[in-house]
Structure formats: C-alpha cells, structure tokens
Design a protein around this ligand. Structure first.
Ligand code: ADP
Ligand code: MG
Length: 245
C-alpha cells in the first residue's frame, strides 16, 4: 500500500547546457507506490530532469537519492540494477525484431550472465510482460505494424522487462484519444497497485490529473507548484503559466 516513505529525492538539481539552464535548482520527492505527475509546458525541463535522475546526463549540480542511496551521476545500467526503468518520448524499438523479441532483449542485458538468462527465463518473462501491457495478440508483429497506442505499450513493456520498482514514463499520452488515455491510465494504476512507483510526464494537465496521486509542476526548469490534483487545479501560478497570464 501507498505510504509516506520517500523512495526518490531530488535536491537542488541543476542542469545547464552551455548558457541554457534547462533545470534550475529543482527539488522534489516521490513517495513509495504513488503516481507522481510531472507536468510542465514544452521545453520546461521535464525530459532533462528524467535524464539526470536515470543517469543519461550528469547533473551540473544537486543530488539524486534513490532508496536512501546517493545515486547522483550513476550511469543508466546501474540505475536499472537498482530497480529503475524509463520510457523514452521518442520510441526506440529494434525495427527488425518482433514485439516479443524487443521485450526479451530489453530485459536480457541484465540477466545475460545469470542462470535464468542462460535457460531462457527471459523469454517466458517477456511473454508475461507483453500480456501485462495488453500486447498478447501482437507478440509476433513488427513494431511498425503496431498502432500508435501499441507502440506506447511496447515502450512500457520494454521498461517493465527489467522488473523495475520505479518507472519514469515520458509523455505517454501525446497523440492518443481520450479512450486510449483512459485505458493506458488503467494500466499505470494497476502497476502502482501492484507496488510500482511511477513518475508520469505530460505537458497537458487534463488527462493526467485524473490519474495521479500528486503532481509537481515546473516551468523554465523550476518548480512552480506541488500538491494533490485539486491543489494544482486551484493554483494561481499554474493557471498563469498555462494561460500565459
Ligand atoms: P521538456 O521535456 O519539458 O519539453 P526538455 O528537458 O527536453 O524539456 O528541454 C529543456 C530545455 O533544455 C529546452 O530548452 C531544450 O532545448 C534544452 N535541451 C534539452 N536537451 C538538450 C541537449 N542535449 N543539449 C542542449 N539543450 C538541450
Ligand atoms: Mg520532454
């Protein structure tokens, strides 16, 4: 069940690209088994924050603490070993492998030299993951044969293949209908109810506020609001940032 326990703590995180400050002294925490919405307009620094948490980028300054350990600057494969996984805003499946192989290969990097890797454990795990995300009828399709929503589910499956306890999901809802958003939201809630902690990014608050437990809203790399969906909707700074007030 959800608790007040903090699993991820980001403190005074700053990331500069030359003279551009993409993330600016950002601090927030994620609690165990919650869905945290990470919201902000395009260019606000959402993906850069993910990249700093997951180790794709080293932060310019600040710290990232995961399950009580300082993980600042650790590379992605070490974050995966610690139970973190992410999806990318732009999809990265292997185009010449089918859905099942894509999920298998996403999970295999870590288990390659273990007994389960040798004895094909990863294959049955990959099938279970595909079922989990609703791709059980698409195992032998090529990624290019999937509709847009299927591609997003494949991206989520590839992240789940490493059996994470913590998932970073970057803009899953772009280009989806409200029905598809609802159905994908159901999956995210199920993952949370099964004990996964999630951060879900969106630039649009509408679909997200229905799904999340709490939100952090950023603009120009800085936090402008944090709280429950109700608190976020009522926040004047948020309204100004979104309505250009
Ligand atoms: P968001 O995901 O909220 O749309 P990003 O984190 O992608 O925003 O980008 C934040 C800012 O940092 C933008 O101005 C973007 O152009 C810049 N930026 C992101 N990645 C890089 C990079 N690798 N090199 C230079 N500038 C970058
Ligand atoms: Mg982004």
């Amino acid at each position: 069940a959800q608790s007040e326990e903090t699993v991820l703590q980001v403190e005074h995180l700053t990331k500069k690209f030359g003279g551009l400050v993409a993330v600016d002294d950002l601090s927030f925490a994620v609690r165990n088994e919650e869905i945290l919405g990470f919201i902000g307009p395009n260019g606000a620094g959402k993906s850069t924050t993910f990249n700093c948490i997951f180790g794709t980028y080293s932060p310019t300054s600040g710290t990232v603490t995961f399950n009580g350990d300082d993980v600042t600057g650790l590379p992605p494969y070490k974050m995966v070993k610690r139970g973190m996984a992410r999806t990318f805003q732009t999809f990265r499946p292997l185009p010449d492998r089918d859905v099942l192989a894509n999920v298998e290969l996403a999970g295999v990097s870590d288990s390659l030299f273990t007994l389960s890797g040798l004895f094909g454990q990863s294959s049955s795990n990959a099938e279970a993951v595909c079922r989990r995300v609703g791709l059980e009828d698409d195992l032998h399709k090529m990624p290019s044969e999937l509709p847009h929503e299927g591609m997003i589910r494949l991206e989520v499956a590839r992240a789940l293949a490493t059996e994470p306890s913590f998932l970073l999901i970057d803009e899953p809802f772009a280009g989806l209908s409200s029905g598809e958003i609802e159905s994908l939201s159901r999956l995210f809630r199920e993952l949370r109810d099964d004990g996964t902690t999630l951060i879900i990014v969106d630039h649009n608050m509408r679909g997200l506020l229905e799904l999340i437990d709490r939100a952090v809203v950023i603009n120009f790399g800085s936090k402008i609001a944090e709280g429950s969906p109700e608190e976020i909707i009522a926040d004047e700074t948020v309204q100004e940032a979104y309505l250009g007030g």
